[in-house]
Every structure is written in structure tokens, then in C-alpha cells.
Design a protein around this ligand. Structure first.
Ligand code: ADP
Ligand code: MG
Length: 309
């Protein structure tokens, strides 16, 4: 159960006092357990530092010889470091999980690339062959049957279009072949057609970025535009890329209904994975996401990713 902060302060001060009087392993163990409890209760490192500071001020308040005060502070420091150990372990675990997630994302992208390629090239070729075979049959048929066969041909063409669209959504070959800006323009065009949103894409079109950066930004803009279509009730969206030698920035601005980020984060049900996914993708590259949104005043998402020299 979550202990009130005040209780934790009392526990911390009394354990620290015991440790200073009797610096044994068993007492130090209490520092570790207190750290775990604080972590479970949702406290952060800054609150732990404040807790330590308050406890230390209390313990130092009485009169004592300077060398005793020095020993007290030294003992308290050991206790403090031990109480932070659970935070350090959690931090490392999160870093490892992030690395694993990044590798998983890369594997999924590779897989998407493979399936998209197969869908586009191989299935496309089969369809083209079927189309040619049908055309040959059509020529040998009397006119009324030709019309009926033409309908089959039209359906095949629609299947082909649908497969090409699916393949592009899975992994746009344009991203691999021509880079981020053309891929974003193509994405915006597809979404505009389907949703009647007016989307403009602006940015520099010189040179290529590292593939991981291009893929990450493409997926983020894809999710952001999907969100605009799903939630914003907007009429226009601007996607802007700006690049300098050390950083690439991308903003996605819509004129929709906006939302309160704290309320979305605090939601118990249906929290959604889109924004979380965006943050996790960015973590893997040392990037950041800033969301500026207010109810009734649209939303702006600002992404920045450092570029290595
Ligand atoms: N551009 C936007 N305009 C309005 N609301 C948004 C926008 N983007 C996100 N939201 C809000 O943030 C929530 C979380 O988004 P997300 O994490 O992508 O989950 P999901 O799209 O699955 O709901 C959405 O449910 C929506 O309420
Ligand atoms: Mg979403």
C-alpha cells in the first residue's frame, strides 16, 4: 500500500539515525528497502534527495563535536547511496528494455520491408501475367463475352492497386529509394485523398539522413497524421522538416480540437499506444517529443533528433 510521504520521512529519519549509531549491514539493508518502497510509491530521485536532506538536517540539529558531525555526514551518505540503489537498478532495466525495443523495431521494419517487397514485386508480376493471359483469351472471344471478361480484367486491376497501396503502407519503397521528404509527400497525398484533410509538407530535399532516422520520422509522422484523422476534426495539417548539421526537427501542426495531455496520460482506460510508441522510438535515438495542445486550439507536435557527425 502507498505510504504517505510523511510516514516515509519518519521511517527514513529513524533508519538513518540507527545507521549512524550502528553502521552495520542489516541496518543498511533498511536503506535499500526504504528505497524500494519509495520507488513503489512512485517517488522520484529528486524526492529521495529532499527526504535525505530533511532527515540529515534533523539529525544535525543538536550540538556535537565537529568530527562527530563529519562522521555522521559520511555515514548518512553511504545510507543515501544505498537507498538510491533500487532507482539505479530500475534505470538500467529501462535502458536495457529500450535497447531491446529498438532492436525489435528494427527487426519489424526489416520484416515489413521484406513483405512489402514481395507483395509489390512478386504478387504484382503474377497479376501482370494473369492480365496478359486474360487479354489473349479475350481476343479469341465473341464481343458479348469480351465485355464480361473485361469486367474480370477491371477487378484484377483493382486488386493490383489495392496490393500496391498495402505494400506502400507497410513500407514505402519510396522511403528507401528517394528519402524522407518524397516519402512524406506521398504519405500525405494518400491520407489527403482518403480523409479530405489538407496536408502540406515542407522541408529541405538535399541529401539523405541515416536510415534509422528516416524510418523513425516517417513512422512518427504516419502516427501523428493518423491521430489527426482519428481525433482532431481538423481541416489542415502542416508537416515541416528543418535540418542543421547537428539536429533534424519536425513539426506537425493541425487546426483541430486539441486535447489535454495530462488528462490523456491519466486515462485509466484506452490510453492508446501511439504517443507512447513515438516516445519509445525517439528514446532509441536520443530524440525528444514536445506536444503543445490545448482544447479548441489545435495541436503541435515537435520532434527533434540529434544527428551524429
Ligand atoms: N492531433 C490530435 N488532436 C486531438 N487529440 C489527439 C491528437 N493526437 C492525439 N490525441 C489524443 O491523444 C490520445 C492518445 O493518442 P494515441 O497515443 O495515439 O492513442 P490512440 O490514437 O490509439 O487513441 C488520443 O486518444 C486522443 O484523445
Ligand atoms: Mg494514435
Amino acid at each position: 500500500m502507498k505510504a504517505p510521504l510523511h510516514d516515509l520521512e519518519t521511517l527514513y529519519t529513524s533508519a538513518l539515525q540507527d545507521h549512524v549509531a550502528n553502521p552495520e549491514e542489516a541496518v543498511l539493508q533498511r536503506a535499500y528497502e526504504l528505497g524500494r518502497k519509495a520507488l513503489d510509491d512512485g517517488l522520484g530521485v529528486l524526492e529521495m534527495a529532499a527526504l535525505y536532506h530533511k532527515a540529515l538536517v534533523k539529525l544535525l540539529s543538536g550540538p556535537r563535536a565537529p568530527e562527530k558531525s563529519v562522521r555522521l555526514v559520511q555515514g548518512a551518505e553511504i545510507f543515501f547511496v544505498e537507498s538510491l540503489a533500487p532507482f539505479e537498478m530500475t534505470h538500467r532495466a529501462v535502458r536495457e528494455a529500450n535497447t531491446a525495443l529498438r532492436q525489435l523495431n528494427e527487426r519489424l521494419e526489416e520484416e515489413a520491408k521484406r513483405i512489402a517487397h514481395s507483395l509489390h514485386e512478386e504478387t504484382g508480376q503474377f497479376l501482370a501475367c494473369t492480365y496478359l493471359a486474360l487479354d489473349e483469351i479475350r481476343r479469341d472471344l465473341p464481343p458479348p463475352s469480351r465485355v464480361r471478361l473485361q469486367k474480370v480484367g477491371d477487378l484484377l486491376e483493382q486488386i493490383g492497386k489495392h496490393l500496391r497501396q498495402l505494400s506502400h503502407e507497410l513500407r514505402p519503397t519510396i522511403l528507401d529509394d528517394y528519402g524522407l521528404l518524397p516519402a512524406l509527400e506521398f504519405l500525405a497525398e494518400g491520407i489527403s485523398k482518403r480523409s479530405r484533410l489538407k496536408i502540406s509538407v515542407q522541408g529541405p530535399n538535399h541529401g539523405r539522413l541515416p536510415s534509422s532516422v528516416e524510418t523513425t520520422l516517417y513512422r512518427i509522422v504516419q502516427e501523428a497524421l493518423t491521430n489527426v484523422g482519428k481525433h482532431a476534426r481538423a481541416t489542415t495539417v502542416n508537416v515541416r522538416l528543418r535540418q542543421d548539421p547537428r539536429v533534424i526537427r519536425c513539426s506537425i501542426t493541425d487546426d483541430g480540437v486539441g486535447f489535454g495531455l495530462p488528462a490523456v496520460t491519466a486515462r485509466k482506460k484506452h490510453r492508446g499506444l501511439g504517443l507512447t510508441g513515438i516516445r519509445q522510438r525517439l528514446d532509441g535515438l536520443g530524440g525528444t517529443l514536445q506536444i503543445d495542445s490545448k482544447r479548441g486550439r489545435g495541436t503541435q507536435m515537435l520532434i527533434s533528433i540529434p544527428l551524429k557527425d
